[in-house]
Write a new protein. Structure first.
Ligand code: TXA
Ligand code: MG
Length: 317
């Protein structure tokens, strides 16, 4: 049975109250949500996504004032970032309280908390008296969804309802930050750029780029966001037949690849537009009758850093 796509917040809320799974819109990507305080509902998320339980989940809250119900804010620096960027595309790692099940954090003592800014998601959180655990609503390791249709295509058979909130305005997952030894650490680049964070903090932050070896974030795997084609970064030496090849570029076409298999992220070279279109472009290319995709890296600043992070992971062996 395929899930229904709809805009009905009451239906979504009823399913969640009964311990079911609902795909939800956020400003970053669609999430696969369940009651974060209900162990068996959370277990169903891992099962539907085929996600290993060592990869912890983000918990979504309706407002900043809810944070202290579920975690301790023991860092002035993080408090500053929370007040500056939430609600929005940023997630905070904070010492968890006992009401957060160990399954949500994979047994870690910190929980990842985020206050999304999407109006439909916020309306949903407001009618619930529990927070929502939600990873991106894609099968484990595949491209994240930025429309309700993406979710339907990939997980439709495994969930109860898809709450449609339109196309995601940011298009990249949230930036994940925490504090270690009095320093802000970025564990995943995302919708808020490292530069924006450094501007607010007035100091350099530590960026842990590929955190797959970092025990604090076991789920940030090097290979991720992966289409099913062979992926090559443009700046590496490639020896492939161009007629079976597509191209994902920033603002200009590849001279040798057939134009009908090319996807430009932003013709006006705008990084925000490129972020919005990134996962749409990767999916579109993955559906074409080609074997290979050449990927061009974007300028390495602002949102370009997070986009390039996803592109490198998509291309990783
Ligand atoms: O924008 C987003 O963050 C989206 C939307 C739906 O909110 N969610 C998302 O979730 O991207 P997911 O599960 O695809 O990625 C969450 C990342 C994982 O890499 C996980 O390892 C890390 O957050 N994470 C979650 N809880 C953690 C924890 N307690 N400690 C360390 N890393 C954690
Ligand atoms: Mg994900």
């Amino acid at each position: 049975m395929k899930a229904e796509i709809g805009e009905n917040i009451e239906i979504a809320a009823e399913i969640l109250k009964m311990g079911g799974l609902v795909a939800v819109p956020t400003e970053t990507v669609y999430g696969l949500a369940a009651n974060a305080l209900n162990n068996s509902a959370v277990a169903a998320i891992f099962e539907a996504k085929n996600r290993p339980t060592f990869d912890p989940l983000i918990v979504h809250l309706k407002s900043v004032s809810e944070i202290e119900k579920y975690a301790t804010i023991n860092s002035k620096k993080l408090l500053k970032l929370i007040s500056h960027f939430s609600p929005g595309p940023i997630t905070f790692l904070l010492p968890k309280k006992n009401n957060i099940p160990d399954l949500v954090t994979s047994g870690l003592d910190k929980v990842a908390l985020r206050i999304p800014s999407h109006p439909v998601m916020n309306a949903l959180l407001t009618v619930l008296d529990f927070p929502l655990a939600a990873p991106s609503a894609n099968p484990f390791g595949y491209i994240s969804p930025t429309t309700a249709k993406h979710v339907l295509d990939q997980l439709g058979g495994k969930i109860d309802y898809i709450l449609d909130g339109g196309s995601c305005s940011v298009g990249l997952e949230s930036t994940i930050v925490g504090e270690e030894e009095n320093k802000i650490v970025v564990y995943r680049k995302g919708g808020i750029s490292v530069e924006e964070i450094e501007d607010v903090m007035n100091e350099k932050v530590i960026v842990i780029a590929h955190s797959d070896s970092n025990p604090a974030a076991p789920g940030m795997l090097k290979k991720h966001y992966s289409p099913n084609k062979n992926i090559y970064l443009e700046n590496t030496s490639i020896n492939i037949p161009f007629e079976k090849t597509g191209f994902l570029g920033f603002s200009t076409f590849h001279p040798e690849v057939d134009k009908k298999y090319q996807f430009l992220l932003s013709e006006k070279a705008d990084l925000k537009e490129a972020a919005q279109r990134l996962f749409v472009g990767l999916r579109w290319l993955d559906e074409q009758k080609i074997d290979n995709i050449i990927i061009q890296l974007l300028p390495e600043h602002g949102l370009g850093e997070a986009i390039n992070d996803r592109l490198r992971r998509a291309a990783a062996e």
